[in-house]
Design a protein around this ligand. Structure first.
Ligand code: AMP
Ligand code: MG
Length: 416
């Protein structure tokens, strides 16, 4: 049994970062599938197997502007052939090519029967009645075979594939004007605090601008999800209850502030009255207090994160805990940032016992990383200068210049 109050607290609530993340991920699930227009599928996860309705390309065609010929006729420089017609892209050849004949052909136009090779126009005299082939061309050159990209009936993209621009193109090529994707979460973002004013307002004595609502809504969007803003709730249970009533329209709720143990920290009791909130002390710096739970709504349970109020802590805990949850809800299976090793260029002190995420500048070419400077949890500049997080293990009390450290690459687009 723990003997002191602080030991008791530690025994009850102190979680590691990985334990907290496991608990969170165990409680969120992919959303349902929904049909969307092709372009709206960008960044979503495919919820069906996409099958080719026909061969792509659907017919044998020319890869060059030139002359469609029989390979046997162009084995030597200087061959001359009779030009028997022209085929543009979008038309069909009206005759075959026989021995000693050539047809002018444009890129993408169907190959005429009999021809198996295209001589580039640059390798000819560009003749209209008779063409001279200046350069011998090996048989089969510059012809694209039917189905060489995709075969009819083939599963071209499997369910679960994240859709980037290349996949949108592939889906277009198989005729999918609409596709079924995993719906992406719509996230409610709420700030709490009596001291907060809107961005456009002039802060009075003791007041500051609401930063978190904007950085967190932006973080939601950067994760490929939709954000809607619930404004600022004052530090009163009534105001918070009212704001969270609207949160129920979302698939997930993110609040910031009001989750410490101060006199005006109402998030936990209010959420407990409207659902259930766990309050965790995580062995992390920055961002130690984190609340996670669910609101009961008519539509079912809606997960809610109560993030700490300090602007760095709010964004950092979003990155580490909310982002993977949103990605899982959006149907992704790769939930975490790439991690690489890098050589540290400066010494970073940290509290032993807390896993610390220093904001860093990673130089991939040099394989080095340095901290962004002052790391206070209110110094948002430390994040704006950063392109990575330096992940320093719980046990250590410092990382030294020259040490190999683990770096999370946070600056990549969502497809990576
Ligand atoms: P709290 O967690 O509510 O005690 O807030 C911790 C610190 O973060 C305090 O200095 C707050 O003023 C600050 N803070 C809380 N919410 C915001 C916000 N939305 N934007 C900027 N700073 C905030
Ligand atoms: Mg507060």
């Amino acid at each position: 049994m723990p003997t002191s109050p602080s030991a008791a607290r530690a025994a009850v609530a102190m979680l590691t970062v990985d334990e907290a993340l496991d608990r969170i991920l165990a409680r969120v699930a992919p959303l349902e599938a929904t049909p969307v227009g092709l372009l709206d599928a960008l960044g979503a996860v495919l919820a069906e197997d996409a099958t080719a309705d026909r061969d792509v390309p659907p017919f044998r065609n020319s890869a060059m502007d030139g002359y469609a010929v029989r390979g046997a006729d162009v084995r030597q420089d200087g061959a001359t052939l009779r030009v028997v017609g022209t085929i543009a892209a979008g038309t069909a050849p009206d005759r075959a090519v026989a021995a000693g004949e050539a047809m002018r052909i444009m890129t993408g136009a169907p190959m005429p029967d009999g021809a198996d090779t295209v001589v580039r126009v640059e390798d000819t005299d560009n003749g209209t009645e008779i063409v001279t082939i200046n350069k011998a061309t090996p048989p089969g050159v510059a012809v694209r075979q039917a189905g060489e990209d995709l075969r009819r009936g083939e599963t071209v993209l499997a369910r679960g594939t994240p859709l980037r621009q290349a996949e949108i193109g592939v889906l277009a090529s198989i005729g999918r004007a609409k596709v079924s994707v995993v719906r992406r979460p719509n996230v409610a973002v709420l700030s709490t605090g009596d001291e907060l004013v809107e961005v456009g307002e002039e802060p009075g004595p003791g007041q500051i601008r609401d930063t978190n609502r904007h950085s967190l809504a932006a973080a939601v969007r950067a994760t490929g999800c939709a954000a809607f803003e619930l404004g600022i709730a004052r530090d009163s249970a009534d105001d918070l209850r009212h704001a969270l009533g609207n949160a129920a329209f979302g698939d997930l709720v993110v609040t910031s502030g009001g989750v410490s143990v101060g006199d005006h920290d109402h998030v936990k009791p209010v959420v407990n009255a409207m659902g259930q909130m766990d309050f965790w002390s995580i062995a992390i710096r920055p961002g130690r207090p984190l609340a996670f739970g669910e609101l009961r709504t008519k539509r079912g349970a809606v997960p809610i994160f109560g993030l700490p109020g300090n602007p760095v802590s709010a964004l950092l805990t979003f990155e580490l805990f909310v982002r993977p949850a949103l990605l899982k809800m959006a149907g992704r299976t790769k939930l975490h940032r790439p991690r690489v090793q890098a050589r540290l260029l400066d010494r970073i002190e940290k509290p032993a016992g807390l896993r610390t995420f220093a904001r860093g500048i990673h130089d991939a070419g040099a394989g080095t990383v340095r901290s962004t400077g002052p790391q206070g949890s209110g110094i948002l500049r430390s994040m704006s200068l950063a392109n990575c997080l330096i992940d320093l293990p719980e046990s250590s009390s410092a990382a030294d210049t020259g040490d190999a450290v683990t770096v999370l690459l946070t600056d990549l687009p969502e497809d990576h």
